[in-house]
Design a protein around this ligand. Structure first.
Ligand SMILES: [Zn+2]
Length: 228
C-alpha cells in the first residue's frame, strides 16, 4: 500500500477520476484543501471511499482572502480526522501577512487542542514559530510536510510526536537528503504534494532513499491507530 500523506486532489485536472482510480489501486491518499470552503465543496465526493480522505485546510499563503472562514473551519472540525494544509509561511512573498497568519494558526491550533487529528503542516521559513504554537497548544499529531528548515529543529519536532512527509523533489536535492537523513525511520511518511510538485513520484522517492515502502506503511498504520 503506497501512502500519499499530502496531495491536493481538488487541484488535480480531474479529481473525480483520480478518486475512482485510487479506489481500484493500492494507494491511500490524504487530500489537502486550501480553505474551509474548498473542504465543504469536496467533502461529498469522499463519502464511502476506502482509499482517500479529505482534510480541512486553511492555507497560510491565502490567509488575507480566507480569514473570515475561521469560524467555518472550527465548526467543520468534528467532521474529519484530517487537517491540512495549515501552518505559517514567512517567505518573502507572504511576509506581509505574518501577523494575520500567526493569529489564524494560533486559533486553529487552540481548537485542535485535546483532539486526535492528523495535521499536515506547512512551515516554510517559519519553523520555529510553528513549533512554538503547536507545542503551546499540544497539537497531537503534526506531520511536517516538505520540511525545509534547520536540521537543528528536527529533534524538537520528533520530541513533540511529529512526523515528516517527504517527496521525490526532496530526495533529489542535497539539502532535502540531508534533512531526510536526520529523520528517524519510524517518523517518515511519503507524499506527492501534487499538483504543486513537478517531482512527485512516491515510488521513485522511496527508491532514491533505499527505503522499503513497508516501513512507511507501518508508520501510517500507527498514525491511523491513534485517531481510531
Ligand atoms: Zn501542499
Amino acid at each position: 500500500m503506497i501512502i500519499d500523506a499530502h496531495c491536493h486532489i481538488d487541484m488535480l485536472p480531474a479529481p473525480e477520476n483520480y478518486l475512482m482510480e485510487m479506489e481500484q489501486s493500492d494507494k491511500v491518499t490524504i487530500g489537502m484543501t486550501n480553505s474551509p470552503t474548498h473542504y465543504l465543496m469536496g467533502r461529498p465526493y469522499f463519502d464511502g471511499l476506502r482509499h482517500s480522505r479529505l482534510a480541512i485546510g486553511f492555507h497560510p499563503q491565502l490567509v488575507s482572502q480566507i480569514n473570515d472562514e475561521l469560524n467555518t473551519f472550527v465548526s467543520c472540525l468534528d467532521s474529519t480526522s484530517y487537517v491540512g494544509e495549515v501552518g505559517l509561511d514567512f517567505s518573502a512573498d507572504y511576509l506581509s501577512t505574518k501577523s494575520l497568519q500567526i493569529t489564524c494558526f494560533e486559533e486553529i491550533c487552540r481548537n485542535l487542542k485535546g483532539k486526535s487529528k492528523i495535521v499536515s503542516i506547512h512551515s516554510r521559513k517559519a519553523e520555529r514559530e510553528v513549533i512554538e504554537i503547536i507545542k503551546r497548544n499540544e497539537v497531537s499529531i503534526p506531520i511536517f510536510h516538505w520540511y525545509s528548515g534547520p536540521l537543528s529543529l528536527i529533534p524538537q519536532i520528533i520530541e513533540l510526536g511529529g512526523y515528516f512527509s517527504v517527496n521525490e523533489a526532496m530526495t533529489l536535492s542535497e539539502k532535502g537528503r540531508r534533512i531526510i537523513s536526520k529523520i528517524p525511520l519510524n517518523r517518515l511518511l511519503s507524499e506527492s504534494d501534487a499538483p504543486y510538485n513537478r517531482k512527485s513520484n512516491i515510488i521513485s522517492a522511496l527508491s532514491n532513499l533505499h527505503i522499503d515502502n513497508s516501513i512507511i506503511y507501518s508508520n501510517f498504520k500507527n498514525l491511523i491507530n491513534t485517531i481510531r
